[in-house]
Design a protein around this ligand. Structure first.
Ligand code: FAD
Length: 322
């Protein structure tokens, strides 16, 4: 089985790396001549695993409406875009309740800590030089009120694995002497000691090289024109250099047959039906109860999910050690 990964940014190269480690044949297709030349090139390089609060948060819909049409708004929404994002906007607003915000922030935190751990593991295994610095990240505040609010959010996340410290202006300057001249204006800081910084472009390129050394086929300078689907499944990928067909996995008397190409998107379509049903139900605020009938068929009952959104299942908590 060969798996095709589309795009060699930070996500694509890491996906190719882990697939190869898991024993797959992997083809990584990228339109640029090198890896990590787009978003994974021009970013801030902050590995801020503690910055997990989503934009969908209490009070945000009102703020966005107030900012409507302002080109310099922190979250820019243009009038012309509204008809195209109504569905998305409703979902966004639904997720701005305190319960949804807490549940989403917690899921993000688990994912971020897992990503940080994976980054550290890859770094240790490959030795990729990417200007890594591990002195933590300092978030500084000039208003006591803003600092108190941020601390409340961090206190909640601390129950789920976030490590942080509230520190005084003096201690902030001790950690970052460049803040010296701002000392009189500081209310204090939150110090996220586990966070890091690094050059995402260097990391992506180093990881692509490590992938190639492990046998991943890198196809740079190749542009994906479209992903073909048939019957709701990915059937192929068309690039400027040709078509890659997806081979359907066939089950013949318990034997999984045929070597072929499987596209990354295809894996989503192959998720366990039960899991998919539960996820869809959870998204609708319902709970799917699955049962096995005497005739071997599976029965499905949907009922309102009585649990608060914060109590509904999210990603399993990860063990995190530095
Ligand atoms: C201004 C800015 C600052 C940021 N700062 C930070 C930060 O400090 N810390 C942080 O963690 N994150 C930051 N991010 C977010 C982070 O950069 C992205 O989440 C991350 O780079 C996304 O990686 P990716 O692999 O999904 O996408 P990309 O890096 O964009 O990779 C996608 C790849 O797919 C390729 N591709 C696209 N279309 C095709 C096609 N048709 N055919 C072939 N190839 C194609 C592209 O060339 C590209 O290489 C920032 C983002 C921005 C925009």
């Amino acid at each position: 089985m060969t798996t095709v990964v589309l795009g060699a940014g930070a996500v694509g190269t890491a996906t190719a790396w882990y697939l190869r480690k898991a024993g797959h044949d992997v083809v990584l297709i990228e339109r640029q001549m090198e890896a990590a030349m787009e978003t994974s090139w021009g970013n801030g390089g902050i590995i801020h695993a503690s910055e997990v609060e989503p934009w969908s948060q209490p009070g945000m819909p009102t703020k966005i409406i107030k900012w409507l049409g302002q080109e310099n708004a922190p979250m820019l929404l243009r009038y012309g875009a509204i008809p195209h994002i109504i569905r998305w906007g409703i979902d966004f607003a639904r997720n701005c309740t305190p319960e949804r915000f807490r549940a989403n922030a917690t899921s993000n935190l688990h994912l971020a800590l897992h990503s940080l751990k994976s980054l550290q593991e890859i770094g240790a295994e490959t030795g990729i030089p990417y200007d890594r610095a591990t002195r933590g990240v300092l978030k500084i505040y000039r208003s006591r009120e803003a600092l108190d609010n941020a601390q409340r959010s961090s206190d909640f996340l601390a129950q789920h694995g976030l490590t942080y410290e509230r520190i005084s202006p003096d201690r902030s300057v001790e950690i970052e002497p460049a803040l010296g001249h701002t000392r009189p204006t500081l209310a204090g800081s939150l110090f996220f000691v586990r966070d890091e910084v690094g050059d995402s472009n260097k990391f992506g390129q180093g990881l692509a090289a490590a992938c190639a050394a492990r046998g991943v086929q890198l196809r740079f300078g190749e542009t994906i024109d479209r992903i073909e689907t048939a019957g709701g499944k990915v059937s192929g990928v068309v690039t400027n250099k040709g078509r890659i067909a997806s081979t359907t996995r066939r089950r013949t008397r318990g034997v999984r047959a045929r070597r072929g190409i499987r596209c990354r998107q295809d894996q989503t379509a192959r998720q366990e039906p039960k899991q998919r049903l539960r996820r869809v139900a959870a998204g609708l605020g319902l709970c799917a109860v699955l049962g096995l009938q005497a005739n071997g068929r599976i029965s499905v009952k949907l009922r309102a999910d009585a649990r608060s959104p914060a109590d509904r299942p999210t990603l399993a908590p990860m063990q995190y050690t530095r």
